[in-house]
Design a protein around this ligand. Sequence first.
Ligand code: HEC
Ligand code: HEC
Length: 408
Amino acid sequence: MPRRSARRPAVLSVCGKDGVRSATRATRLIALLAAVALWSACGGDDVAPTASEAASQWSGDPAAFRWALPAGIAPPVVPPDNPMSDAKVELGRRLFYDVRLSVNGAVSCASCHRQEFAFADAKNLSVGATGEVHPRNSIGLSNAAYQRSLGWAAPATTSFEQHAMIPMFGEMPIEMGLKGRDAHVATDLQGVALYRQLFAVAFGGDASPIRTETIVRSIAAFQRTILSFNAPIDRYRRGDASALSAAAVRGMALFDSRGCVQCHAGADFTLATIAARAAEGFANTGLYNIGGAGAYPARNRGLMEITGNPADMGRMKIPSLRNVALTFPYGHDGSVGSLDAVLENYARGGRVVQTGPNAGDGRDNPAKDSRLRAFVLSPADKGDLLAFLQALTDSTLIRDVKLSNPWR
Ligand code: HEC
Ligand code: HEC
């Protein structure tokens, strides 16, 4: 191993860089111009382990795979046709952080799902490879493997394998911009020795393993390892009463008594993972009421965009609150700037947008969930609720080397 790292040239720190860049025109241009050069630089055989090194480091055997989970926590469901293996997870991690998976080398999955922000991106709205602004706020990925559906309002997207096709190939909006470029991407990856070896180990027996299906399966396997069960709340739930401050314990009681737990319940603080019926995982929280008839802004109308039913206006997935202190800003469109503002909106019984095209009193939104009732939020209560929400932060997740950018 030391031999290999000693050989690793400095350029590798640029290769596969997760594209965490500001989306200024200048940086995009530089990214574009540099992309071709980087791609060739990244393919150097001399930086990769040999095939046998790769095979001995990462097992391709599903039977040898072990979940890193505390006792009593069941592993997420894994599709039978995409079993987990160490090699597949490592491959998925490389791909998740690889800008080769975008039309111009500008972004990877990790650009919009950054480990330091619990795999959200700290932007109001995400920005795709070509600069197009996504109508939605990026969703943190901790324990996403337990989500019944993926996306703010996509009940039919139920697996990572299905979901990855959207950022990779979608055109509305363009995220990675790979439509029609499957062969191109496969050729790029084929040029990288480590990929040739890892694909061969992860998909042993497959004559030409580098293709969209296996790329997607590998990224899915990696995402199933983005597991977070080490926040103070987890240690508290496992019996360590000292894991939560007195303020957080008071906040937890308020979280119950103010009705938050009616929607944010269970291991991941969302009905979306535990409700008997999938539809119970969505709610309208009264963020908008454009024109007084309940409208949400275009492209952000929640389940109504799928069902056409006005009662589904603004119904978004109830987000997991794991690591919520890191996944700012908030709401499906990132329009709620802080946890403080989130709490103010709930206490008021909805959000009032005073001016502009989205003006309206969300409290009176006819599709607002009936469980949401205004309540008095004293400064002390607010502090306690914030202390509780902060106790959902798992600081080991954001430092976990196994989830970090492998190309650095
Ligand atoms: C341009 C930024 C961007 C890129 C690139 C991107 N995502 Fe996302 N991701 C988002 C946004 C925004 C959402 C919310 C989308 C929605 O609900 O419409 C999201 C949602 C998700 C979700 C749903 C999580 C949940 O709990 O519902 C998963 C999983 C995910 N992305 C994985 C990926 C993977 C894997 C890649 C790379 C193949 C990727 N993303 C690339 C911005 C991005
Ligand atoms: C009726 C179900 C429901 C109740 C009750 C509820 N929430 Fe939510 N919560 C949601 C939904 C749905 C969203 C996303 C709304 C959107 O973006 O349009 C959300 C968003 C949030 C967010 C932002 C998370 C993010 O990633 O953007 C926080 C924090 C939050 N809720 C905390 C609370 C607290 C604290 C309470 C109690 C005062 C509460 N919720 C009560 C359904 C609910």
